[in-house]
Design a binder for this molecule. Structure first.
Ligand code: NAP
Length: 289
């Protein structure tokens, strides 16, 4: 699909991957409805984009049903959409028993309930040809310790994308599932970055991810996973999960050390406006454990 003149609703545009994606889409001539919760960040972004007059801003907490309803009533949506990008998301890197009920609920509401409800509400007025792109994760195909709830939400999003894509076959609307690997944004806690460094896990810049997302949109690629060796592990986990069980069992002491000994952001996980997390206590070295 050519993006010139296409009307796009982009959730989670106020930071990280979404902000870079907004830049890429605007550069391709798309007309954007930029969503987030932080109005000033969205206004700044909107003004900095090529042709700011083509773009609009909408503020809503997608974890709250009446705020989603408010978003859906935005005048820019009245005559339909060409592209919906369900990008807003959050995570909590912590052992399950250390997560509060609210942290679990927030991840499930934002990462899976909100995309399903937005898609359901917007589908009848989507223009044809149209595209729904769901921002997944490599953790939507690989269950990773310390991310059980996030993985659950992203596995669900992948299942939703696949089933809906098959349901809409031949309708003129395509559903794309796009899965980045670890990306350097404020979504991830400091503990997660330190763990990734110790384990040698590579990370991408949000700009690289946004460029790939636009390529997937233009090519209408139904399933994309970013990064090597993540792509291989996704396939290996699907075919021979016991091999991945063993590999992750070897990493488990390191993962547990970071997941359990650094205080994760608790108030608003994965929110760009939040300060970096602080150490609750020094990370014990391997010798101390
Ligand atoms: N970073 C990674 O390592 C990584 C890897 C794979 C996939 N992903 C996925 O990529 C997507 C974007 O992540 P990111 O890394 O760019 O995260 P980010 O930098 O933390 O940005 C998250 C975006 O989601 C919005 N958001 C958060 N909570 C919200 C809520 N309750 N209601 C409405 N909007 C909310 C934020 O808006 P405000 O700040 O205005 O609240 C912000 O625009 C997510 O779906 C994530 O799961 C990320």
């Amino acid at each position: 699909m050519k993006l010139e003149g296409k009307k796009v609703l982009l959730t989670g545009a106020s930071g990280g991957i979404g902000e870079e994606l907004a830049q890429e889409l605007a550069a391709q001539g798309a007309h954007l409805l930029l969503h987030g919760r932080r109005g000033p960040a969205l206004d700044r972004l909107c003004k900095a984009l090529p042709h700011p007059e083509r773009h609009q801003v909408v503020i809503a907490d997608l974890g709250v049903a009446h705020e989603r309803a408010k978003l859906l009533q935005h005048p820019a949506l009245e005559d339909g959409l060409d592209i919906l990008i369900n990008n807003a998301g959050c995570n909590q890197f912590a052992w399950l028993e250390d997560q509060s009920a609210e942290q679990v609920e927030r991840q499930l509401l934002l990462n899976i309930e909100a995309p399903i409800q937005l898609t359901r509400a917007l589908l009848p007025t989507m223009r044809k040809p149209g595209i729904i792109m769901n921002m997944g994760s490599s953790f939507g195909s690989i269950g990773y310790p310390g991310y059980s709830v996030y993985c659950a939400s992203k596995f669900a999003l992948r299942g939703f994308s696949e089933a809906l894509g098959r349901e809409l076959e031949g309708s003129g609307i395509k559903v794309l599932h796009f899965a980045p690997r670890a990306t350097r944004t404020k979504l991830n806690s400091e503990a997660a970055y330190e763990m990734n460094a110790e384990l040698g896990t590579q990370t991408d810049s949000p700009q690289e991810v946004a460029e790939e997302a636009v390529i997937a949109l233009c090519n209408e690629t139904r399933r994309s996973w970013l990064g090597w060796p993540e792509k291989l592990f996704v396939q290996l986990n699907a075919l021979l999960p016991a091999i991945v069980d063993k590999a992750l069992a070897k990493q488990l002491p390191v993962i547990e050390r970071y997941a359990r000994h650094l205080q994760a952001r608790t108030a608003e996980p994965g929110v760009g406006a939040q300060p970096q997390p602080v150490l609750s206590r020094p990370i014990p070295t391997k010798k101390e454990l």
